[in-house]
Design a protein around this ligand. Structure first.
Ligand code: SAH
Ligand code: SF4
Length: 340
């Protein structure tokens, strides 16, 4: 049986049309689910008894179970259990511009980035759209607040679960639903080139972030297995295609790993690589994990890297560090939980 939280408003309209009923009912159901947040079909007051019976027969309506929660200054980290017993994470960050939720898209990840906890636990399965939507609903309900921004940067590679991710974006973006504007949604990919091109043609105003992490193939292949499938030249040309098609600025994420990719030469090479592109670089201080040997770069090294990019005319920011003490790096909570 399908979960109602994984149905787009278009598909729900079709469901009612197939039953010879008015498609306006889809809007009513969406409002009950996402505006009034009812927990049972029976609570949908202005909907006919027959429709409620149909919905109850055809769809599940259930929430995620919170199995662990940690909080720090301006950060809340959740571990959820899914119906099949698998666990996933979401992290809420309180910014001055709003409340941003980082959600998971898969159970584990197969991309095999050497520095990442999520990749240490191989992919078990893709999440379905409803399991992404329910992360949003569950955190909003638990903290009694509204999420204003969503980043797909938790466990998993979104473009390795393309269809469900696009469906998720459609659902949370629906004005009659949770209504998070597409400009407030960011998808982050390790660089699955064909999907970047497909995404470019999607015609949604969603933000794209690319986990670059190195200025050349030699370094990138040594820390990210995906670079062997889609080397930097192909990645950059796919991103250029995306920018050309969408006219949108792209973010390049760059984790600074001590002694690996943080030299002045790397910064120069990176500036050269990105020259003239409508892009900016987000430098990420590495969040060290007990299972992986990489270390974060020194503060001075990070600042020098930043200065070098600036000097070369690249737009660059340094990401604020969130919740190192609450296992906030991608996949850490789940990984610690598994180990216990
Ligand atoms: N799979 C996608 C999205 C999830 S990872 C991707 O790779 O882009 C989200 C971001 O967190 C990526 O940029 C990833 O490289 C980064 N990341 C992973 N482990 C990290 C760590 N320990 N410290 C800081 N950033 C990390
Ligand atoms: Fe997967 Fe992203 Fe982690 Fe790489 S960084 S292993 S793509 S979750």
């Amino acid at each position: 049986m399908k979960n109602i939280y994984g149905i787009t408003i278009k598909d729900l309209e079709q469901y009612f049309i197939d039953k010879n009923e008015g498609k306006f009912k889809a809007t009513q159901v969406f409002e009950w689910l996402y505006k009034k947040r009812v927990k049972a079909f029976d609570d949908m007051k202005n909907i006919s008894k027959k429709t409620i019976e149909d919905l109850t027969f055809d769809f599940q309506l259930s929430e995620l179970e919170i199995v662990d929660k940690k909080s720090g200054k301006d950060v809340f980290k959740y571990l959820f259990k899914l119906e099949d017993g698998n666990t996933i994470e979401a992290v809420l960050m309180l910014h001055d511009y709003g409340n941003s939720l980082c959600i998971s898209t898969q159970v584990g990840c197969n991309m095999g980035c050497h520095f990442c906890e999520s990749g240490r636990l191989k992919k078990v399965r893709n999440l379905e759209a409803h399991e992404m939507v329910r992360q949003v609903l569950c955190v909003e309900e638990d903290l009694k607040l509204r999420i204003t921004h969503i980043v797909l940067m938790g466990i998993g590679e979104p473009f390795d679960n393309y269809q469900e991710v696009i469906k998720f974006i459609d659902i949370v973006n629906t004005p009659k639903g949770i209504d998070i504007g597409s400009r407030h949604i960011t998808v982050s990919t390790s660089g699955i080139v064909p999907k970047i091109k497909e995404f470019a043609l999607l015609d949604k105003q969603v933000n794209l972030a690319i986990s670059l992490h190195a200025p050349n193939n030699q370094i990138r292949s040594s820390i990210m297995d995906i670079n062997k499938a889609y080397p930097i030249e192909e990645l950059i040309s796919a991103v250029k295609f995306y920018i050309e098609k969408t006219n949108r600025r792209v973010t390049f994420e760059y984790i600074l790993l001590k002694g690996i990719n943080d030299s002045k030469k790397c910064a120069e090479e990176l500036a050269q690589l990105l020259r003239g592109m409508n892009a900016y670089v987000n430098l990420i201080p590495y969040n060290e994990t007990s299972h992986i040997e990489y270390r974060k770069s020194e503060k001075d090294t990070i600042l020098a890297f930043y200065d070098e990019l600036k000097k070369k005319g690249i737009n660059v920011t340094i990401r604020r560090e969130f919740g190192g003490n609450v296992s906030a790096a991608c996949g850490q909570l789940r990984s610690n939980y598994k180990e216990e």
